[in-house]
Design a protein around this ligand. Structure first.
Ligand code: DGL
Length: 276
């Protein structure tokens, strides 16, 4: 019997399911193990140290479940924890395993969507303060100017299923207006938080006509496909039975009720504990 080695997909809560959905669409042959740290979400307003600690605990949990490759499908965790985990922790834990994030694959292509090369990035406070997008986008598109807008209310709106109401109208308009006031030339907006695709209909409703609004799911899935092709030694260690298992650190009843909205299909999760 071959041992199960699913691809780990991590988020603070439900947002990473928007990435998992695209991964499962583009790479259906792989097994996936999703973990939402719902009990400790949101991460966006937490300190670097806390996000790093929580993310490291999650990565160790994925490794204990046989994962050879873990995708941090959370911009906040990618911004605040990924580099330290890759550089300081992985060599000690297991140098053959891999942890990837969502910022670099997005930064590599986002400039291609823009004609004016004036890009708007909407993200959590943690991701904005880290300046990761500014730095990474300018590495691949030195001529681009990146304008960031922290949207601290957007994740709570989404987590509380209020992405369709009057509260969402107010906060979507407020942050779009604040972003666009930074430059009238912005022609592309990146939704740099995996929760935000749920707000896409509202964002499209209030954004100027012709504005490109980009979600990350398919970008990350494209990038992972290429990565697995270029790293057959990793791809061959990941199990391929097309099985998807979801886990949450909070109530499975709540998770299953909400997850389908993000994943697009019913989900039956298992409860796990982190940091014990
Ligand atoms: N979904 C996460 C991200 O992409 C953040 C949500 C949170 O604040 O926990 O940044």
């Amino acid at each position: 019997m071959t041992k199960s080695a699913p691809i780990g997909v991590f988020d603070s809560g439900y947002g990473g399911l928007t990435v998992l959905k695209e991964l499962a669409k583009q790479l259906p042959e792989y097994d996936y193990l999703y973990l939402g740290d719902n009990a400790r979400a949101p991460y966006g307003t937490r300190s670097f140290e806390t996000v790093y600690q929580y993310t490291l605990e999650a990565v160790q949990w994925f490794f204990s479940r046989g994962c050879e490759l873990v995708v941090l499908a959370c911009n906040t965790a990618s911004a605040k924890a990924l580099r330290t985990i890759q550089q300081k922790d992985l060599p000690f834990i297991n140098a053959h395993k891999r942890v990837l994030g969502v910022i670099r694959p997005t930064a590599e292509v986002i400039g291609n969507y823009s004609i004016s090369k004036q890009l708007g990035v909407m993200a959590t406070q943690g991701t904005v303060l880290s300046k990761s997008y500014e730095i990474e986008i300018n590495r691949f598109f030195p001529q681009a100017t990146v304008y960031q807008e922290a949207c601290p209310m957007w994740v709570p709106l989404v987590e509380n299923k209020a992405y369709d109401g009057a509260g969402a109208d107010y906060f979507v308009k407020q942050h779009l207006n604040q972003l666009l006031a930074k430059s009238p030339e912005i022609d592309t907006i990146l939704l740099a938080c995996t929760h935000y695709p749920l707000l896409l209909p509202k964002i499209e409703q209030f954004a100027p006509k012709g504005m490109k609004i980009i979600s990350q799911g398919s970008i990350v899935a494209n990038s992972l496909s290429k990565y697995l092709l270029n790293h057959p030694e990793i791809a061959s260690r990941c199990s391929k039975n097309g099985i998807i298992q979801c886990c949450t650190t909070d109530s499975t009843v709540d998770f299953d009720a909400n997850a389908a909205i993000f994943f697009g299909k019913p989900v039956k999760s298992i409860h796990i504990l982190l940091g014990h």
